[in-house]
Design a protein around this ligand. Structure first.
Ligand code: SF4
Length: 247
């Protein structure tokens, strides 16, 4: 159900999919979501079980990718993907520090994200539980106002192939405007705050979060509902998804 503070509101996101608001309040929203989430499948009827060999095959191909020859620090694809993963984190692109460390979210943003999701480091880094697929797999470089956008080559080459192997994802965590545009195309024209205000429309299968970068601390202060209302719901869902084999 939508939180009390949201009831009765109709926004552009609702109108974009032309579904009655009451209907969306109780059903998973599927009209304009791209990704791997299958929140209404049980494990028994789920999906083709893509085994470790297929996933390892893709990981090997990704690791050898040199499609973007002009990356400032060279290609170093950083993804986390494993058979059986139930949480998908769809982020932006590795930063410089993550590139050097060679593993995703190895920075202050990662620490804040783990706290938001209620995940300890070991669970967060377990590819059989959590898949991490940024929009661009390699560090794209830095411009005058921060890191450059994810390289577009990556999504067209790899993204759908990787998502197709993630047959058991129950919750997709979409982070930042580039992942928002790809996974939630009906919200692409909306500011993050406006798109997020309707989080319950996509619940239980997808949730949109701001980037956990320390640069977004001001946004967090201005949107207190995010920590008091949304994050507890997200944490409960993740706990249930990772803890209950029947989900
Ligand atoms: S950003 Fe993506 S497409 Fe470009 S080299 Fe890295 S893995 Fe390949």
């Amino acid at each position: 159900m939508p939180p009390a503070s949201m009831q009765g509101q109709t926004t552009k996101a609702h109108r974009a999919c032309a579904r009655p608001i009451r209907c969306q309040a109780s059903l998973p929203h599927t009209c304009a979501i791209r990704g791997a989430t299958r929140s209404n499948w049980s494990m028994a009827d789920s999906a083709p079980d893509h085994g470790p060999a297929e996933i390892e095959g893709l990981r090997t191909q990704v690791a050898a990718c040199t499609a973007c020859a002009d990356l400032p620090l060279g290609p170093r694809p950083i993804v986390q993907i494993g058979a059986g993963a139930r949480i998908l984190i769809a982020g932006q692109a590795p930063g410089r520090r993550t590139h050097l460390a060679g593993r995703p979210f190895d920075d202050a943003s990662g620490a804040r994200l783990r706290q938001w999701l209620g995940l300890d480091e070991a669970t967060f880094r377990d590819p059989t539980k959590v898949a991490i697929l940024p929009m661009g797999f390699c560090y794209p470089g830095t411009g005058r106002s921060g890191d450059l956008p994810p390289r577009p080559e990556c999504a067209s080459r790899w993204r759908q192939r990787a998502l197709d192997l993630l047959a058991n994802v129950q919750l997709t965590v979409v982070i930042g405007r580039h992942a928002q545009a790809w996974h939630l195309p009906d919200t692409a024209g909306l500011a993050l705050s406006e798109a997020m205000r309707d989080w319950w429309v996509r619940w239980l299968e997808t949730v949109l979060l701001p980037h956990p970068s320390p640069r977004n601390t001001g946004w967090l202060r201005r949107n207190g509902w995010f920590e008091t209302e949304l994050l507890p719901t997200v944490k409960s869902r993740i706990e249930a998804v990772l803890g209950d084999s029947t989900l």
